[in-house]
Design a protein around this ligand. Structure first.
Ligand SMILES: Nc1ncnc2c1ncn2[C@@H]1O[C@H](COP(=O)(O)OP(=O)(O)OP(=O)(O)O)[C@@H](O)[C@H]1O
Ligand SMILES: [Mg+2]
Length: 363
């Protein structure tokens, strides 16, 4: 079924380069893009998550030597990734690491520059629209139609997939409830806060009951409570069998949500594993943090270096990597040093990230 309104534009899953970044396309173009897609056709094969994979065993995403270049610049430099059915998989990495470029290739809106890529068992080069019909995509930048209301955004997006009016209306209301947006259903998107827009973008990505949900920095800009609410929603979706692939700069988010993750840097994968595996492999059990006066850190670090397996000097603190943080702090005191502040804590993914990329996770 084709969408009825002839002259409505909006942010949609497009086939063009960087489509997830918000390309606005007229409906006639959309028919070409999602033309083969129809919701009822999903019900048997796709909604059971087995459309292209009757055995149900295959990877949801499989990449081998995947590359992406923009002109002479290589943004993604030969990565191998395998996302299994039903898992939550994360891409971590500093700004410019190549996360979004990878997500756009998986979303079948940006052609790979090299290597092999299969999404839902299909080749994006030949089955792009089939793949897109079974994906939910939440791009890094919101691509909502700001002129329309909250509910209209969902309705129109659903119609792009060729879903019936009745189906889309019911699904839209369900999603508004799920994401606690029902009260805002008639509000213009322009008038929403950043956090509400983010929730709506994620709600919109679910309008077609996707098997695979791609979330590029889903909670950036959300307040802590909204983040926790969203984690809960994502957790529930996973329980319902939706496979999640997400990028994030929040290490607590990655620890909470991801079964497995990769750390990317400079277009390459520098580590891979479960959060716990990565912490065990790349950090000590505990970390002692010391804060001294501004500018003192490098000098002081040299005098405590022998107290830890490894020392990291940051602009605002010194990190001592050791299996016993309290013991390290006691020894710092024994040496007559008086930090302005100090604490001992367990190592986290943040420490792994710092070790592997040499950067903290500040945007
Ligand atoms: N369309 C484009 N044209 C040219 N260069 C691009 C394009 N998209 C991304 N890049 C470059 O490719 C590199 C990787 O960008 P990408 O957006 O994939 O990084 P990222 O890991 O998502 O970063 P962030 O955490 O800041 O979102 C960056 O250096 C970026 O400037
Ligand atoms: Mg990005």
């Amino acid at each position: 079924m084709s969408p009825a309104a002839p002259d409505v534009s909006g942010a949609v899953p497009t086939a063009g380069e960087d489509g997830t970044a918000g390309m606005r396309v007229r409906l006639s173009g959309l028919r070409a893009i999602v033309g083969e897609v129809s919701s009822p056709a999903r019900t048997d094969a796709a909604s059971s998550g087995r459309g292209a994979d009757p055995s149900g065993q295959g990877a949801m995403v499989s990449a081998r030597g995947l590359c992406k270049a923009y002109g002479s610049f290589t943004a993604v430099d030969g990565i191998d990734v395998e996302v299994r059915r039903g898992e939550a998989f994360g891409f971590l990495g500093p700004n410019g690491a190549g996360k979004s470029s990878t997500m756009r290739m998986i979303a079948a809106v940006s052609p790979p520059g090299g290597g092999e890529l299969r999404v839902l068992g299909l080749d994006p080069a030949t089955h792009g629209s089939q793949i897109r019909s079974r994906l939910g995509v939440c791009p890094q930048e919101d691509t909502l139609d700001t002129e329309l209301t909250v509910r209209e955004n969902l309705l129109i997006y659903g119609r792009y997939f060729g879903l019936s009016r009745r189906h889309v209306a019911a699904k839209a209301d369900e999603l508004l409830g799920f994401f606690q947006l029902t009260e805002k259903r008639g509000a213009r998107v322009d008038d929403l806060s950043g956090g509400l827009k983010r929730r709506l973008t994620i709600a919109r990505s679910l309008i077609n009951d996707p098997d695979l949900l791609l979330l590029d920095e889903p909670t950036t800009g959300l307040d802590p409570q909204a983040r926790h609410t969203l984690w809960d929603k994502l957790f529930r979706l996973r329980q319902q069998g939706v496979t999640l692939v997400l990028t994030t700069h929040y290490m607590d988010e990655a620890e909470q949500l991801c079964d497995r993750l990769v750390v990317m840097d400079g277009g390459r994968i520098v580590a891979e594993g479960s959060p716990l595996q990565l912490i065990r492999e790349h950090a000590t059990r505990e970390v002692a943090e010391l804060r001294f006066g501004v500018g003192d850190h490098a000098e002081v670090a040299a005098t405590v270096a022998d107290l830890a397996d490894r020392v990291e000097v940051l602009p605002d603190r010194i990190l001592l990597y050791t299996d016993d943080g309290e013991e390290a702090l006691a020894k710092v005191h024994e040496r007559g040093l008086s930090p302005v502040a100090m604490l001992a804590r367990r190592a986290t993914l943040e420490d792994v990230f710092l070790r592997l990329t040499g950067r903290t996770l500040v945007d």
